[in-house]
Write a protein that binds this ligand. Sequence first.
Ligand code: FES
Length: 155
Amino acid sequence: MELSPKLIKEINELADACPNKKGALLPVLYLVQKEYGFLSESILKDIAFILNIPEVFVFGVTTFYTMFHTSEQAKNIISVCTNITCSLLGSEHIIKTLENILKIKPGEMTKDKKFSLNLVECLGSCGTAPVMMVNGDLHENLTEEKIKRILDTYK
Ligand code: FES
């Protein structure tokens, strides 16, 4: 078991607070990711075992939601929306700009582990497209110039 005894205790407390163990899965994933930074395969197996739910269910939920990461992420996690409105208003150019500045492709992180670049579905801010999130902060009406300024604030 890769999870610490303290974390196992907290997971069981969350599970006990829910009417069924599947209902505890999202808060448990948040809790464990906060502790480890990402959710490795072995950690997901541990969670499935503790909650006594199928591994395939835990893997399915984890990979469905873009806020959960199954690989190591950098200090600053950039999530660029690629859904229809952002796409029509230039998300492709936003991604190219980020790739050029950071010298990485989507799904990668910079060598200094300062930035990870991820592509996600609608961030719920279509009216201010194109948008991206950095560590949960929403950045709207993106332009090339704006991106450079935004990244500087996260270094
Ligand atoms: S399509 Fe990008 S925020 Fe909705």
